[in-house]
Design a protein around this ligand. Sequence first.
Ligand code: DC
Length: 227
Amino acid sequence: MASLPGGLIIAIDGVVGAGKSSTARGVAAALAYRHLDTGAMYRAFALAAMRRSIEARDSEGVAQLLVQLDLTIDIRDGEQRVLLDGEDVSDEIRRPEVAREVGAFADVTLVRLALIERQRSLGSRGGVVADGRDAGSVVFPDADLKVRMTADLDERARRRYRELIEKGVSTSLELVAADIRRRDREDEARDYGARHDPAETLELDTTELTVSQQIDGIVSWARQRGA
Ligand code: DC
């Protein structure tokens, strides 16, 4: 049984490019839960800072922006939309310029604390599928279901490459693979989100799985837990 009125809290973390977001979106749709894409919040914060020429090391600017930040996560026609100052920036936050800058902002403790608080409040009634590297370890340590997604690097690079090409971003498979390798290394060096408890986290290797198989796997685990 879910311990919260709105349903289970499902936390999905895992390596860069394992398909966390698209899987989480599908699981949320299948269960009629909300999808909480925590990475989108960091990206939106980075975009807001970039628009105001605030750098990650400018603690005062960052602190001020956190107070002013008008960030809304909205579900429209089943799709998560990210609104910054009322403007839909869901596509813009996926651009490579934002991807390049976001890590520096995600490293700022003040930013993490503020966004984690928002994420907890968005999930407080349950019925939520949260994805992000610290979703199960930090944001929702008491989640009803914790999943860690993995996949081989080559497969992750192919997937991300296809995704970017479909969005009209011009890049190469080599560049994408190098970027994922770099982000893997950065992730290993970070201390947040790394300490998931293997005893309570279900591992899902998606190298050979389609997105719908990934979704089905997690949905059936969720059903076993009362979703
Ligand atoms: O998953 P993504 O690519 O949208 O994440 C964007 C950035 O935010 C990336 O640098 C990882 C970081 N991030 C984070 O630090 N904590 C999260 N819970 C989610 C994302």
